[in-house]
Design a protein around this ligand. Structure first.
Ligand code: AMP
Length: 380
């Protein structure tokens, strides 16, 4: 299958070629023609499947061909759960928007930063990527209206609904016209997602992209059994002794992310926490330093494990296990992507063993657990 046969324009295809994207991913080959035809769609797919372009490219194609525009009336709306995902989705789409026959203005709006520049910037915006709270603030102040939206996309719908955005979502739905194309993307088909599907989608095309077992197999798993008080020293031992130069460490709470990052710094390892309670400035700066490899360790909560695309990250460490196996898959899915091998390390205490085995079984994997009593952690 080629991009050309999907109905994309030559301007977009040449940009794809520049990115070295030679063939569409499975979700792209199924979603692009359906979206271009105007169908509603439910895509069960994770980050890494290529879902952003699966909806981003046909959205741009439709916008280029539709010159009818009222100022401050978005024609395409992409709703996402986190600020980071808003920035990332916008960056991906904007790259292709620059290259079209007609300039299509795109923008991302999200909370945690000053609203005024966003209000000004929304002038002439056709495609808007937004988090729910800030979007509502901007509609209240009439900086943008949603009554002309032709296509409405919910990306990471399960996360949007999990994070308690239901009320905001209902408000947003009231502002959208009743006749519109709806596209729903979600990593899981939770009950909430089923409900929103029933509410929003008419005769949808359903695409279920099951995570590629091969990409999970590419990930080398290591797991170590330690006592609770040795977790911190063991983490520092691993980073130093295995010469891990770009590591994403997961904790179960923002507070623990702060503590772990602080301890790493105290021990001479450049680290920064990233979690929902930090200011947007601190989150963006930590993420961009980490992406550009000037920050060695990023200590994150699961909020940040979703949606963030850091290509070819060599290693992730589960300092604390997530409650759900799905989050475990998301976490380890941050590494070993696009054919490059990755390492996923889990640091376990005896209390974690049962839960860890349940997770591995659900994933159809088996990681051997290494005892660490013999390792001398003195000085770490
Ligand atoms: P996403 O699922 O949208 O977060 O995309 C995950 C990664 O796949 C991103 O780094 C994209 O640049 C990359 N990607 C998207 N489409 C393709 C494609 N057709 N071929 C190769 N890589 C792609």
């Amino acid at each position: 299958m080629s991009f050309k046969s999907l109905g994309l324009s030559s301007a977009i295809i040449s940009k794809l070629r520049q990115q070295d994207f030679t063939a569409p991913s499975p979700i792209q080959s199924k979603a692009i023609p359906a979206i271009l035809k105007g169908q509603d769609l439910l895509g069960i797919a994770q980050t890494g499947s290529g879902k952003t372009l699966a909806y981003g490219l046909p959205l741009l194609m439709k916008l280029v061909g539709d010159e009818d525009y009222k100022n401050r009336h978005a024609k395409a709306l992409v709703l996402v759960p986190t600020r980071e995902l808003a920035q990332q989705v916008h960056e991906v789409i904007e790259l292709y928007a620059q290259n079209l026959q007609r300039r299509v203005k795109t923008m991302a709006v999200y909370g945690g930063v000053s609203i005024n520049p966003q209000m000004i910037g929304l002038q002439n915006v056709e495609l808007l990527v937004a988090t729910p709270g800030r979007l509502l603030d901007l509609t209240t102040s009439k900086a943008i209206r949603l009554s002309e939206v032709r296509t409405f996309v919910m990306d990471e719908a399960d996360k949007l609904l999990n994070l308690g955005f239901k009320e905001e979502l209902n408000e947003i739905l009231k502002l959208l016209p009743s006749h519109k194309q709806c596209l729903l993307f979600s990593a899981t088909l939770s009950e909430d997602v089923q409900n929103i599907k029933a509410l929003l989608l008419k005769d949808p095309v359903i695409i279920n992209i099951i995570p590629d077992k091969k990409s999970v197999d590419l990930i080398q798993q290591e797991s170590y059994l330690v006592t609770e008080e040795k977790k911190g020293p063991f983490l520092r031992y691993l980073i130093k002794e295995q010469h891990l130069e770009q590591v994403l460490v997961f904790t179960s709470s923002g507070r623990n992310a702060e503590k772990v990052a602080h301890k790493l710094m105290k021990n001479g390892i450049d680290a920064s926490p990233i979690h929902g309670k930090l200011s947007q400035g601190a989150r963006s700066s930590a993420l961009s330093r980490f992406k550009s490899k000037t920050l060695r360790v990023l200590v994150a909560t699961d909020l940040l494990s979703r949606g963030i695309d850091i290509p070819f990250m060599p290693c992730i460490i589960n300092y604390e296990l997530p409650r759900s196996p799905k989050d475990f898959i998301h976490r380890i899915g941050r590494t070993g992507r696009a054919g490059s091998p990755g390492l996923a390390i889990s640091i376990l205490t005896s209390e974690d063993l049962h839960h860890f085995k349940v997770i591995q079984k659900k994933m159809g994997l088996w990681a051997t657990i290494t005892e660490t009593e013999e390792i001398n952690l003195h000085g770490y």
